[in-house]
Design a protein around this ligand. Sequence first.
Ligand code: WTA
Length: 629
Amino acid sequence: MSEKKLTGEVYFPPKDVVKYANARCEKLYESASEDIEAFWASEAKNLFWHKKWSQVLDDSNKPFYKWFVGAKTNIAYNCLDVHCQTPRRNKLALIWEGEKGEFHSFSYFALHRETCKFANILKSLGVKKGDRVTLYMGRIPELVIGMLACARIGAIHSVVYGGFSVEALHERLEDSQSKVLIVADGAWQRGKIIELKNIADEALQRAATVESVLVVKRTGHQINMESGRDMWYHELMNLPIANNSDCLEVVDAEDPLFMLYTSGTTGKPKAILHTHGGYMVGTYTTLKYVFDIHEEDRYWCAADPGWITGHSYIVYGPLLNGATSFLYEGAPTYPYPHRWWQMIEKYGINILYTAPTAIRGLMRFGDAWPNRYDLSSLRLLGSVGEPINPEAWRWYYKVIGKEQCPIMDTWWQTETGMFMITPMPCTPLKPGSGTKPFPGIVADVVDEAGNSVKPNEEGYLVIKTPWPSMLRTIWNDPDRYVNQYWSKYPGMYMTGDSARKDEDGYFWIIGRVDDVIKVSGYRLGTAEIESALVSHPAVAEAAAIGLPHEVKGNAIYSYVILRSGYEKTDKLLEELRLHVGHEVGPIAKPEQVEVVDQLPKTRSGKIMRRVLKARALGQDPGNLSTLEE
Ligand code: WTA
């Protein structure tokens, strides 16, 4: 990008970074815009294919796009085996630190060995290509090994975030019809144990398809082991089960790799489906260029592997690039707000990728905590999950990056699989803007009719070209896939976000236009919270909304109509909050539950959350013509 005059607050990338990032990023935009398919094909050639594709993109059955048609590969093979055939074999693939300070690391060789062993165990339990396996754990290496083992044998993994609870897990087990559940006995969170196995036992009483439960010992507290169903991971891993790599299943590029549940506009969470080939090319390419991964880098994505950020940029992207990925189990501020900075110094982390909510949370404790540590190993910083407010951006840039590290504010989604709107190391930055689409991506902001809006006008964010790591469908619900993403404007992918584009063509994300609430960067649906509330005997009807929150970005507020016979007491309101926590997960617990007599609805009975939101914020609710009498 040329240094033409840009409007607003602009930060030019430090010269050293640009030099290091080499000239490659500047040329990319050009080559990608000339021929998108050729661009992705040239990137794909850096990966290993057991059989080459006959066609890069098949768009004959839109919106069911196919990429690298006819090719055969396996993403886990590319993550591990490929590196094991080179000197990278002895390089660290994964470094892990536990909340209590324990440390463990895996070379590519070791991670390959553990993955193969576990893949053989899964096979011996009857897991076959196409079978679904659910994983429910904290941030521990076994989660990474479990995902890679599934991928290796062509099973479809479905990771359920360890912060979710009984009903959320049940729903996901049931919808995916998982045969095997891999769970940890517990997870450490701020010195306390989250009893994952107990939660799973309760969810399993509601779900019938699971035949085997493999339990990873992490916390070591007392749990129930159901005979014939539950088995210890460490005991199985010690069996003389073939440790060979013959377990590899060479799959079709378009074969499913994983499903990941996410919240949408209405109803139940939907399982977004990603495939081996396209997802591999997308995550490999974007991480390589945007975070400018080099051989000697230690890279830390502080997300949870249970969300898309962890899938793409803790596990697959870094391993495909042969990088060293760091994984930390605990919370940023436990036991003190020094923890992250201490680990950056200790491990010499070069790239840190996190969410605005974490930055705001750490910023609150002041500069003294980071200033106690040597953070000079950092070269690049990243942000994801929600818009970053300029104040947090500047703090991150100055206090953490010492004005030497550009911030890659990456906009993307579970559905996109990879970064879509993001700077590159060479991009002049504006705090709060994700800058421009990644090479090969055409994004736009459009009005109700689908026409591009003028600079600085707000509109719907859409993507106008297919990309390799795009979702292929919603598991078991292709109609919902078409309706939700492709029906509003033919040929355009509807992101669900509103945005504006400034006079320099920089994108500014405003927020969701649907009923998705981003709480601390976690994606939740109003429907999940509402259905948890109405599953309580005291609640007749419920509505949930997100309201701005200083640290979390958004916080959940909920409104309930009580059934007759129930009285509004503080005890009941607290019980309802806890009930949501128990059913969906602690992150979904409403900040406040308010009892009301009526909820604003349209004549067709749809709750008008916008009216509730306006009322709570003391704003004008706008057009009320569709409001029921
Ligand atoms: C929001 C997370 C502003 C956005 C990778 C999107 C962002 C949703 C950014 C997807 C960003 C993500 N700036 N907003 N850099 N990154 N979002 O599926 O609303 O958990 O639609 O994927 O997060 O959330 P998801």
